[in-house]
Design a protein around this ligand. Sequence first.
Ligand code: FES
Length: 150
Amino acid sequence: MNDTKQSRRGFLEVILGGGVLATIAAVVYPVTKYIMPPPVAEANLSQLKLKYGRADIEGEPKKAKYFKYGRELGIIFLTDKGKLNALSATCTHLDCTVQHRPDLGLIWCSCHNGKYDMDGNNVSGPPPRPLARFRVEEVDGTIFVSKEDV
Ligand code: FES
């Protein structure tokens, strides 16, 4: 009789202990997954072929196109002299996405009114540094961009 009680108690302790552990795991696992970002490997790019051609950017009003270079966002547009310019689209102040504003002759960050010239040099507002530049090559109408420092 006492052995039976003992074994029932042991069985209940195991079941309850397992339940407590499962509850803790059910809370801790999603919280941990939420806090820790998933590992995203940086694409090892030496050059990126854009899906846009000069024809997609040319014309009036002047257009700009955004592109992803690995995890980085870039912007490409034509200057007034017809040169293709590709810059990082991430503001050097607090990482907002910049906009091409040919009507103002600027690259503009709407977050804190940061202004860059069309070569990416910071000209006014809070941005502390120029935008990073990409090297642009055009081969038979296809545009390739790569990092300038590579
Ligand atoms: S984030 Fe661009 S000016 Fe502040």
